[in-house]
Write a protein that binds this ligand. Structure first.
Ligand code: BES
Ligand code: MN
Ligand code: ZN
Length: 506
């Protein structure tokens, strides 16, 4: 979708659909609406009454303009009286996309035009237009979709607004890449094809990419990762992508769980729990998406993306409960439940990252536990870290990104659940606090690195559309990570006395 700026008045925008926000059904103080109403012959009041349009948030009224203004259709979008200009912009972008699935061109009238509002409206517009139709054929394949959209504003040459459109586009397209990966069926998206895709996308942006096959993973000694792969007919892949800008004061490493399918292994999942387990690589999809976005935004922060990818299957060589493996870091691990595979893959990837990247901050994304969904519901991720400033910055970032996290405790007292009779550590605990004990297991492998664990099992994948996210893969995590990196970039900019490099305000 091509997104532009235009100084057209609403009534003069020659587009298929004109979207305009309405704060309250009595709009006598809103100049844009008054002007539009006048052009339409004063029909708005009557339309609102006839259709029960009360300007509630996300309420929409779509009417054909029949030549009274240049646009073919008018989309009146309720914003409510209490929502901020930022939230109003998100609502408008999203509803404009939803109403335009059969239209080619749109124009949007934001109640307040600024780099910040244009950025978020761009994100929800592109995100809202997302459809996954790779596997539809013939007439079942949806055609077209919105090709052009303009934000109406006073200055179509504003570099601030143009940059905001670019930034919003880079983020939303990266979110959509992550969605595509999660939605891709597991017979086509396996560790090998995931690595090929990651390499192709990273090389388009001139990023450094290193992909390891099974031999190299063996040579490195990632025995926990390899244990999970034993039951699979497909090779594992270890992927490392690095974005190294010239100017950077901080090195951040993101580690992603890339289980392209999780059958549970010998501790087989019941069919109902297995059906969506192609989503178990959502952490790796977010990790790839965010490094691509950081590079496109040219953020002055060094970003590493590390992905451990395998299936968890139950072939003849599959790992068993009772097996003991020596991790990359040297600790021995007793296998209890082969369905707790993600933490094993992550343990070796985290240890590798600590040793070889030595990041200032290390963040992992993983669809790690069902227990996390029991605790927080399906649309919120768990956030674990000892660093309260880091947690706060991430939560601030998540608000700008329109994603939901909740800080959870790394309760030391639960650590004894992981004591093993025969090895250094067991990899699962008892029946209570399953998301916490998973995080405590990971903590065994991060040394003294400043680390944050994000359990995205719930929000990574939707049973149906939820909020502004679609059914299936959501791309959760990408947008918040980008906002977080933009906060770090602000620090780089102020250290250099260069405020122009700071984009987090947009
Ligand atoms: N991939 C699952 C977690 C999951 C569940 C993700 C639902 C998305 C939706 C993970 O590998 C798993 O199976 N975890 C087990 C751990 C248990 C065996 C200790 C779980 O949560 O049941
Ligand atoms: Mn599992
Ligand atoms: Zn899993």
């Amino acid at each position: 979708m091509r997104i532009t700026l235009s100084t057209d008045a609403p009534k003069a925008a020659a587009v298929d659909i004109l979207a305009i926000g309405v704060r309250r059904k009595k709009f006598d103080k809103d100049e844009e609406l008054l002007a539009l109403d006048k052009a339409l012959g004063g029909v708005l009041d009557e339309w609102f009454k006839d259709e029960g349009f009360a300007a509630k948030p996300n309420q929409v009224l779509k009417v054909p303009a029949r030549g009274r203004v240049k646009a073919k259709w008018i989309l009146l979008v309720g914003l409510g009286t209490k929502n901020s200009d930022m939230e109003a912009a998100r609502i408008l972008g999203y509803q404009a996309a939803k109403a335009s699935s059969r239209q080619k061109s749109a124009a949007i009238v934001l109640p307040e035009v600024s780099p910040a509002t244009v950025r978020v409206a761009t994100e929800t517009l592109i995100g809202g237009a997302y459809r996954y139709a790779e596997y539809k054929t013939g007439t079942r394949k949806p055609k077209g979709g919105l090709a052009r959209c303009a934000f109406l504003c006073a200055d179509a040459k504003s570099t601030g607004l143009k940059k905001a459109i670019q930034a919003g586009t880079a983020v939303a397209e990266s979110v959509n890449i992550a969605r595509d990966l999660v939605n891709a069926p597991p017979n086509d998206l396996n560790p090998v094809t995931l690595a090929e895709f990651a390499k192709t996308e990273a090389e388009k942006l001139n990023l450094e990419v290193d992909v390891w096959d099974k031999k190299k993973i063996e040579a490195a000694g990632m025995n926990l990762f390899l244990a999970v792969n034993r039951g699979s007919a497909v090779e594992p892949r270890f992927i490392h992508i690095a974005y190294k800008p010239k100017k950077s004061h901080t090195k951040v490493a993101f580690v992603g769980k890339g289980l392209t399918f999780d059958a549970g292994g010998l501790c087989l999942k019941p069919g109902k729990s297995m059906v969506d387990m192609k989503c178990d690589m959502a952490g790796s999809a977010a990790t790839l998406g965010l490094v691509l976005a950081a590079a496109r935004l040219e953020l002055p922060v060094e970003v590493h993306a590390i992905i451990g990818s395998t299936e968890n299957m139950l072939g003849a060589a599959a790992y068993r409960p009772g097996d003991v493996f020596t991790s990359l870091a040297g600790k021995t691990v007793e296998i209890i439940n082969t369905d707790a595979e993600g933490r094993l893959v992550l343990a070796d990837c985290l240890a590798w990252t600590v040793e070889n990247i030595k990041p200032d901050i290390m963040v992992d994304h993983a669809t790690l536990t069902g227990a996390c969904m029991v605790a927080l519901g399906p649309h919120r991720a768990a956030l674990y870290t000892h660093d309260s400033d880091l947690a706060q910055t991430y939560e601030n970032a998540s608000e700008l990104a329109d994603e939901r996290f909740w800080r959870m405790p790394l309760d030391k007292g639960l650590r004894k659940q992981l004591d093993s009779f025969i090895a250094d550590v067991k990899h699962t605990g008892g029946s209570y606090g399953g998301s916490i004990t998973a995080a405590l297991f990971l903590e065994e492998f991060v040394g003294t690195t400043n680390w944050m664990h994000l359990d995205i099992a719930g929000p990574a994948f939707n049973d149906g559309p939820a909020g502004r996210t679609p059914k299936g893969g959501t791309g959760f995590g990408v947008a918040t990570a980008v906002r977080f990196l933009e906060y770090l970039a602000l620090d780089t900019a102020s250290d250099d006395g260069d405020e122009s490099a700071a984009t987090a305000e947009a």
